[in-house]
Design a protein around this ligand. Sequence first.
Ligand code: NAI
Length: 343
Amino acid sequence: MATPISATLIPGDGIGPEIIDATLAAFDALGAQFNWDRQIAGLEGVKVAGDPLPVATLDSIRRTRLALKGPLETPSGGGYRSSNVRLREEFQLYANLRPALTVIPGGRFDKIDLVVVRENLEGLYIGHEHYVKIDDDPHAVAMATGINTRAGSRRLLEFAFEHAVATGRKKVSIVHKANIMKALTGIFLETGLELYERKYKGQFELDTVIIDACAMKLVLNPWQFDMLVTTNLFGDILSDLVAGLVGGLGMAPGANIGADAAIFEAVHGSAPDIAGKGIANPTALMLAGAMMLDHCRMTDEATRLRTAIDATLNLDKVRTGDLGGTAKTAEFTKALVSRIQGG
Ligand code: NAI
């Protein structure tokens, strides 16, 4: 038997521990062996170690270069800076890969097979912000600095284009706002067009689309797109939009990939409104687990996991509440495990 791969496990906040347990049960049933190093972050990190990103957690990922992560809570407005953003920065996880694939047919949008590739380290999203005090108003002016670099744009675009070629995508759309933010998003567009001409022309079709028009087109006719590649903030918004096309956040996995580390997670957050109720849909994290198995070249296990998810949802019709079903997380997991075991 192969030596188990070392990986960091961060159950996270809210529904995180519930969906991580479900995913581990699926991995066990698959016989996918990992040597897990369990760590904390987010709100749990603050509560237990007084730090949303404890040193022990960072040290663990420095060692394993691989993590499966539940959602981490970030306070809105004030409070600590997002641990997710800090993790991406620390390990230079510059590419965020978010596939949206219809698993349950017959929904409002059928047969969706899209992938959003989001730049993960630059742009307006990174949170370089401050207020300017005027008279007695400490929040009189709010400012944010967005930075996109040629090198950062190029490595992300190169990752996306390579992924498009490797996975047989026919069309890549660069999503931008270079008509208004001429420098900030213009550099991304310009770099993409230049890279395509120089290295990828003829391997797939390249298209460019302005973010606002892209949002409308995705709702009117999402089938016109194949892969969307875009800057950080636009990618954040578009990946939730495409998750909505395939049944919601409970179905959307994501991978944060760098040159020598990768963190796999669901697109959704900690869902505090349903935490502890045992009703969360673990599918998104399980699909992220399948991406992790692919990444570790355990493609057979990844395929078996995806097939079992499909069978549980479509043949057994065991579905959680967000998908219109009545199954609890544990019931879904039990049905999935018995599918994996061939039951
Ligand atoms: P959210 O994604 O946690 O929840 C949005 C809605 O979707 C809620 O109604 C929730 O119940 C539902 N939902 C999400 N995942 C679900 C699942 N697996 N099964 C069933 N229903 C599900 O977004 P929200 O409420 O804006 O964020 C909550 C917290 O999560 C915030 O602190 C935010 O910063 C954090 N967050 C963390 C992320 C991460 O760690 N990657 C990503 C997004 C948000």
